[in-house]
Design a binder for this molecule. Structure first.
Ligand code: KIV
Ligand code: ZN
Length: 560
């Protein structure tokens, strides 16, 4: 940046609150949540929601557990007026859910707002006017007293109008819009003047909403403002302090969290932070941040895919692939060391009976928001052997022995380096299949029989005699031998007749639990006379045949 340009800007003033308490406070309960998707979110869309889309969004918000939903600015928009009417007339508002409607402090707008909510059960009337120095001077050219008079007049009109709708239970809300651009003591004066009209009580509180209409300072300053406000308010017990943050500096979530620590009771925001300019605060992130601290947020995001689906369709805005908790890539590790750590963490978590979530690089269990493990580890040229092993295990039930990971990992690395792109799980499986399982050259198993077999418990001895037909470069060879078990006998037969000397270095087997038929997989590592080692694998419904195939697979690799 050109340093000269900084002259255009000045630093936001600090709040004098040396004995601030909020840094020591822990968020241990959920606030009251109010969704403003249908109003603040909607007014920021290139193409505002149609009636059908508003209904879809409303249903989603109810499903997620919101008890307070701002349905619009009915006096400013015909669609929002009609939408609010439809909700009421078609009885679409569930018991226990309040709708909220926004109005400016102007007589005809207030009247029209009340008309829109006729017949509703529970309504929050949200009155606002701008109080900031800038707006007072530049937009309204009004004095401080004139702004107070405007707010008081609006509050009186709200009170009077409400009396005409006795069937509705009202709660009143006031927002000194551009609160963060307003002198703090003056913002309090305006709010107290409004409270003086409404005369709220601890039993019937007013909502005082303190918006960061534009985010102008660091989150600690907003927290100071909220704590200062709560401490200096005369009838704090009669107010619900609500915060409504925008994300101009990218800190709306942090500002809201610190504001909750500073005493706020309620949060207004939107799904994925849709809203004017850089957006409103993202309620999903806030709620899941709480959830991952062991605090029940009181909202349900267990099917985040469904939320994304409705959000993207209704708002026509894609959710970013890196969006906290929801983005397509947020549970994905491409880096080898991350994959390895996740792999180990997941195994440990499973061993511990899945009690306390502690998996490196994953602040939340993806299944808690309806995401599966498929996406956790993806393979590209940054990935390592641990990630490849993880995919085979989680996708195909193939649990390669640890010593085999480098063998297959190197093979996959060559492919990703060559192709310069991500490999899908099915491509990784195909490479495994091509390399180990579907390996028939030069040695191909045509038949295998165990002729005799017995074991002597007392002498702790086993015996087996086998016969097999092996294709060797296309020619069939019959072999037979005996040993202390079928695999031992088969190795002897191979060594004596076909392959020459080798040593069986390691052997592993397990059942594969995917698919309908039960199958077993065996892994074998052999050492050839020249000292080189080779891994092979074989799958069959019969574990002995699986091991015989695995041995041939490792020998095939030794000559490929
Ligand atoms: O951002 C804001 O100040 C608003 C008010 C109307 C609450 O949306
Ligand atoms: Zn707003």
């Amino acid at each position: 940046m050109n340093p000269e340009l900084t002259r255009k800007y000045s630093a936001y003033p600090q709040v004098k609150l040396p004995d601030r308490n909020w840094p020591n406070v822990k968020i241990d309960k959920a606030p009251f949540w109010c969704s403003v998707d249908l109003r603040d979110g909607n007014q920021a869309l290139i193409q505002p929601m149609s009636m059908a889309k508003k209904l879809e969004m409303f249903d989603l918000l109810v499903e997620l557990g919101f008890k307070e939903i701002e349905t619009g600015f009915p006096s400013a928009s015909q669609v929002e007026f009609e939408f609010t009417r439809k909700l009421i007339e078609d009885e679409l508002i569930p018991e226990g859910v309040s709708i909220q409607v926004l109005t400016q402090a102007r007589e005809h707008l207030i009247k029209r707002t009340f008309e829109s909510i006729k017949g509703a059960g529970e309504v929050i009337i949200h009155l606002y006017n701008s109080t900031s120095t800038l707006q007072r001077d530049v937009v309204f050219q009004m004095s401080k007293q004139e702004i107070i008079d405007l707010a008081v007049k609006g509050a009186e009109m709200v009170l009077q109008e409400a009396a005409n709708y006795p069937e509705t239970k009202f709660q009143f809300q006031y927002s000194p819009e551009s609160f963060t651009g307003t002198e703090l003591d003056y913002a309090l004066e305006v709010c107290e003047a409004v409270m003086g009209v409404w005369k709220p009580s601890p039993e019937h509180k007013a909502i005082i909403n303190l918006p960061a209409t534009v985010e102008m300072a660091t989150p600690n300053i907003y927290a100071d403002q909220i704590e200062w406000f709560c401490r200096n308010m005369k009838k704090r017990e009669a107010a619900i302090i609500s915060v409504h943050t925008h994300n101009d500096r990218g800190c709306a979530v942090a500002a809201t969290e610190l504001a909750l620590m500073a005493g706020a009771d309620r949060v207004e925001g939107t799904l994925f932070g849709n809203g004017e300019r850089t957006g409103n605060v993202d309620i999903i992130t806030l709620a899941l941040n709480m959830f991952t601290q062991g605090v029940d947020p009181g909202l349900n995001f267990q099917n985040i895919g469904h939320v994304i689906d409705v959000y993207e369709r209704v708002n026509r805005i894609p959710v970013h692939i890196r969006h906290p908790y929801a983005g397509e890539l947020v549970y994905t590790a491409f880096s080898g060391s991350h994959q390895d750590a996740i792999n180990k963490g997941m195994s440990e978590y499973e061993v511990n009976g899945g009690r306390l979530w502690a998996v490196p690089y994953l602040p939340i269990d993806p299944t808690d928001v309806g995401r599966n493990f498929e996406s956790i580890i993806r393979i590209n040229s940054q990935s390592g052997k641990g990630g490849v092993a993880y995919i085979l295990d989680h996708e195909y039930g193939i649990k390669m022995p640890k010593d085999m990971h480098p063998d297959f990992g190197e093979l996959i690395q060559k492919i990703t380096d060559r192709d310069g792109r991500e490999l899908k799980p099915e491509e990784i499986y195909k490479a495994f299949d091509d390399t180990y399982l579907d390996s028939h050259h030069p040695y191909d198993l045509h038949s295998f029989h165990v002729i005799k077999r017995h074991s002597d418990k007392q002498e702790k001895k086993s015996f087996a005699q086998i016969e097999a037909v092996i294709g060797v470069d296309g020619d069939d060879q019959e072999i037979s031998a005996s040993g202390n078990g079928p695999l031992d006998a088969f190795s002897t037969a191979l060594k004596e007749n076909i392959t020459g000397d080798f040593r069986l270095l390691s052997y592993h087997e397990h059942a594969i639990n995917t698919g309908s038929s039960a199958r077993a997989i065996a892994y074998i590592q052999v050492r050839k006379a020249d000292g080189n080692t080779f891994w092979g694998a074989g799958v069959d419904t019969d574990i002995i045949i699986a091991s015989v195939k695995a041995l041939l697979s490792s020998l095939n690799r030794s000559v490929s």
